[in-house]
Structure formats: structure tokens, C-alpha cells
Design a protein around this ligand. Structure first.
Ligand code: UD1
Ligand code: CA
Length: 466
């Protein structure tokens, strides 16, 4: 029977190399904070109650970021190194026996399958510790692996403490380990501060184990990119690129067409059904979902959007917390926000903003309109330039437009107001009273024509040499 697995994720550091007031693990890559990626990987090998996140800098925010997983937290008030961070967990229940996997919160590319492989390797080798390592063309910034004659790990030496010939070693420590908990804890208590930095290095546990005749073995990562540890914003951008590429590939393999996948940004929880189409530079964020046949045009940004079957978002739209039903079409240059809905077969055209509004089945709002807090019936036609005046400076008011109603261009609908089914609002009207069903509303100044007035004006100007 496999021993119980616990995971400790170290995430207390500020990350000075980020040059940021925000704790490093709260910086985002691939659409989620770094710490979220670490916790997701951990959850593949342990239940949340056996996962401990060590916090320090901005502990409350870090905690808030991953609390939804139901993991535990350990405060490391002062950050005296990775060994010190793990020492802080000594009192956590359940970590004293079984396997203890340690990860760093700044390693967002790690795949769950690699952690599973690490545990298998650990159990097969019967070692006290197994370290995920990688060979890098540029090993700078990482601890180096010193192997013994039998391919085991003799020690890990930090770059800052390494001699020049040690720095030439290209095998590095990923910071991902599997320990026999019972062997780890007594050695952890014996760590001595680095003479160079004064920190307690978790990596020194390896040589302590070895002094006691206990072995540590390496598992060389198949894909060195997986162990990228984020220390700088340049590395953050690189991790983001890789995570975005992975997500795009996942959707493509599930049947989405993505034009120029290297240009799109798709968050981890986005779903796309088969035969969806995603244009270049599109951003699909949050919990956005595309139903079968849905299309998202170039440069459109969707946040928590739901795009129904065969619905289409043309280029350059911005859609937030809103929904398109089957066959609806919006854009180009449309903005939908705050729970707006475009019902089946309805069309929204360029420079139309919808806020907390519903456009009924087959209705149209094709040009230059603001529809706020409004409910618009089926097949209604909203003319160019229609404005719902939903805000009186204190409160928001609703507008209701009945099915089949026709709103002429440049109408101003002062809410609260109800336009009945089949009613007709003349162009440029200012509507302040309800309009009964099937009625005509004209609310604008009468037109006056003066014969010859323009010609007379021109001639006067000519006489005066204008
Ligand atoms: C560490 C390893 C190094 C490895 C590299 C991989 C040590 C001593 N060195 O170096 O061998 O190649 O990661 O990326 O372990 N942390 C705490 N409390 C502390 C110090 C750090 O929680 O007191 C956390 C940090 O928040 C971070 C992680 O531990 O998430 C790693 O710390 P960092 O300072 O980035 O270590 P590296 O210098 O990169
Ligand atoms: Ca690091």
C-alpha cells in the first residue's frame, strides 16, 4: 500500500528580484497567480487537508488566493530560508509520517504527472529523498546537483555558495522533492545557516541525510521547461507564454480552431466545445465558455462570457459577465457587461453598449446605442443612436421595450419608461412618458422650412466680401 502523501508549498518570500511590492506568488502567469498553479499541481497527489501552504509576505492575500481549495496554512513570520520555512511546519498535524512532497510556490509550470512520477521513482528507489532535477543550457540562478559515483545526489550547492567549477555543472535543483517524512524531520532540525547568506537551506538536508548513510536520488525532468522557477518578471512572462500555449493546445486538441494560437490569451478554466473558432489576439478569460460552433473574432476580449451554439462575436468586442444565446451575433466593436443577454438570433452591431440589459430573440441594435438596465422584446428594432437614460444622478431606472417595437434613430428614452409592444418611436424623440402598445410617439420640436433663406444668406455674405 502506498504511504500517505502530504505536500508543503513554500510561498513566504517577497521575491526581491521581482522588484515589486506584491508578493511574488501573487503575480499572475497563464491567467492565475503563481500560487494557484502550485496548489493545483499539489492537489493531483494529495487531498487539500494534507496540503500546507507556508505564507509570510502578504500572508492574508496569499491565503485568500488559494483558500477555495480548502488547503491549510502555516505562517513563517520571518523568512530565514527554505529550510527554516519547512521547520515552521513541524507542528502541522499529519506531516510526521508517510511521504512529504515539497514544492516552491514560484514554479507554475510543473505538471501533475511529473509529481506522480516523482513519487513512483521515490518508492522504487527506496531513497530517503528524491529530487526533481533538470539539465539546463543556462543553469544560472539555480542550485547545482553534485552527484556521487553511483548517480546518487551527494549534495546540492546554491549558486551563491558555489565554487566556479561547481557553477559549471548544468544539472540543477528544481526545488521539488519527495522526502520520507520520518527521515526528514530530525535532519531538518540540524540545519546550519549558510556562511554566505545566513539562511537555512532546505537543500542542505540532502548532505545531512547522506552523512547518516541515507540516500538521495535524482529524477531528471523529461521537459526542463516544467521546472522554471520564477524569480524575475522576464521569467514570469516566459512562464505565461508557456502556460498560454499549453491551454491553447488543450482546446485545439479538443476540437477548437485557433488562428495564430501564439497570439491568444486563454485562462485555465475556459471551455470551448468542438468546432468553435477563435481568431487571432482574442482573449478568453475567467469562466468563459464557447458552445459548439461559436466564433470569437480577432482581438475580442471575453471575461466570464457564455457564447451559445453558433453564436458569433465579431472582432474587437468587449464582453464581460454576459451571454449570447444560440445564433446571436455581436460586433464588431460592441461592449456587453453586467449580466447582459443577447437572445437567440438577435444582433448587436458596432459601437453599441449593453449594461444589465436583455435583447430579445431576433431583436436588433445595429449602431451606436447605449442600452442600460433595459429589457427589449423579441424582434424589436433599436435605431442608431438610441440612448436609454437610466441614471438620474442618484439612482438607476429600468427601460422596457415591447416586442416588435421600433425605436427610431437618435431616440432618447428617459427611464423609467415602458414602450409597448409594436409601438413606434419617431426618430430623435425624447420619450419621457410610457408609450402604449402599437402607438406612435413623437417627442421633438416641429420643423420649420423658410423658402430661399439659405440662398439669401449666401448672397449677403458675397456682397460683404465674405
Ligand atoms: C531555490 C533552491 C535552489 C533551486 C531553486 C529552484 C534553496 C536553498 N534553493 O532557490 O536550489 O534551484 O529554488 O527554483 O532552497 N521561501 C519561503 N521562506 C523562506 C525562503 C523562501 O517560503 O524563508 C519560498 C519562496 O517564497 C519561494 C521558494 O521558497 O516560493 C523558493 O525561494 P527562492 O528564494 O525563490 O529560492 P531560490 O533562490 O530560487
Ligand atoms: Ca526561486
Amino acid at each position: 500500500m502506498q504511504p500517505k502523501v502530504s505536500v508543503v508549498i513554500l510561498a513566504a518570500g517577497l521575491g526581491t528580484r521581482m522588484k515589486s511590492s506584491l508578493a511574488k506568488v501573487l503575480h499572475r502567469a497563464g491567467g492565475a497567480p503563481l500560487i494557484e498553479h502550485a496548489v493545483r499541481a499539489a492537489r493531483a497527489i494529495a487531498p487539500p487537508e494534507r496540503i500546507v501552504v507556508v505564507t509570510g509576505h502578504q500572508a492574508e492575500q496569499v491565503q485568500a488566493a488559494v483558500m477555495h481549495h480548502g488547503v491549510r496554512f502555516q505562517l513563517q513570520a520571518e523568512q530565514k530560508g527554505t529550510g527554516h520555512a519547512l521547520q515552521a511546519c513541524a507542528g502541522q498535524p499529519g506531516l510526521g509520517s508517510g511521504l512529504l512532497v515539497v514544492l516552491y510556490g514560484d514554479c507554475p509550470l510543473l505538471q501533475p504527472s511529473t509529481l506522480e512520477q516523482l513519487i513512483r521513482r521515490h518508492l522504487e528507489a527506496g531513497a530517503a529523498a528524491t529530487v526533481l532535477t533538470a539539465r539546463l543550457a543556462d543553469p544560472r540562478g539555480y542550485g547545482r546537483i553534485l552527484r556521487d559515483g553511483e548517480g546518487r545526489i551527494a549534495a546540492i550547492v546554491e549558486e551563491k555558495d558555489a565554487a566556479p567549477e561547481q557553477r559549471a555543472i548544468d544539472e540543477i535543483n528544481s526545488g521539488i522533492y519527495c522526502f520520507d517524512a520520518a527521515a526528514l524531520w530530525p535532519r531538518l532540525q540540524r540545519l546550519a545557516p549558510s556562511p554566505v547568506t545566513g539562511e537555512l537551506y532546505l537543500t542542505d538536508v540532502i548532505s545531512l541525510l547522506r552523512q547518516d548513510g541515507l540516500g538521495a536520488v535524482p529524477l531528471l525532468a523529461g521537459d526542463p521547461a516544467e521546472i522554471l522557477g520564477i524569480n524575475t518578471r522576464a521569467e514570469l512572462a516566459e512562464a505565461d507564454r508557456i502556460l498560454r500555449a499549453r491551454k491553447a493546445r488543450e482546446l485545439m486538441l479538443a476540437g477548437a480552431t485557433i488562428e495564430r494560437p501564439e497570439t491568444v490569451l486563454i485562462d485555465p478554466d475556459v471551455e470551448a466545445a468542438p468546432d468553435t473558432h477563435i481568431g487571432p489576439f482574442a482573449q478568453l478569460l475567467g469562466r468563459t465558455r464557447l458552445a459548439a460552433g461559436a466564433r470569437v473574432g480577432a482581438c475580442s476580449i471575453l471575461m466570464n462570457a457564455e457564447i451559445g451554439e453558433n453564436a458569433e462575436v465579431l472582432p474587437f468586442c468587449h464582453i464581460e459577465d454576459s451571454r449570447l444565446e444560440a445564433g446571436a451575433r455581436v460586433g464588431p466593436y460592441a461592449r456587453l457587461r453586467m449580466r447582459s443577454t443577447v437572445a437567440a438570433g438577435a444582433h448587436v452591431g458596432n459601437f453599441v453598449e449593453m449594461k444589465n440589459s436583455t435583447l430579445g430573440e431576433g431583436a436588433k441594435a445595429m449602431h451606436l446605442a447605449y442600452l442600460g438596465d433595459s429589457t427589449i422584446g423579441a424582434r424589436a428594432n433599436i435605431g442608431a443612436g438610441t440612448i436609454t437614460c437610466n441614471y438620474d444622478g442618484f439612482r438607476k431606472h429600468p427601460t422596457t421595450i415591447g416586442s416588435g417595437a421600433f425605436i427610431g434613430s437618435n431616440a432618447t428614452l428617459v427611464a423609467p419608461v415602458v414602450i409597448g409592444d409594436g409601438a413606434f418611436v419617431a426618430a430623435a424623440s425624447i420619450v419621457t412618458k410610457d408609450v402604449p402598445a402599437d402607438a406612435l410617439a413623437i417627442g421633438r420640436a416641429h420643423q420649420i422650412n423658410r423658402d430661399g433663406w439659405a440662398r439669401a444668406r449666401r448672397e449677403k455674405a458675397q456682397r460683404e466680401g465674405g
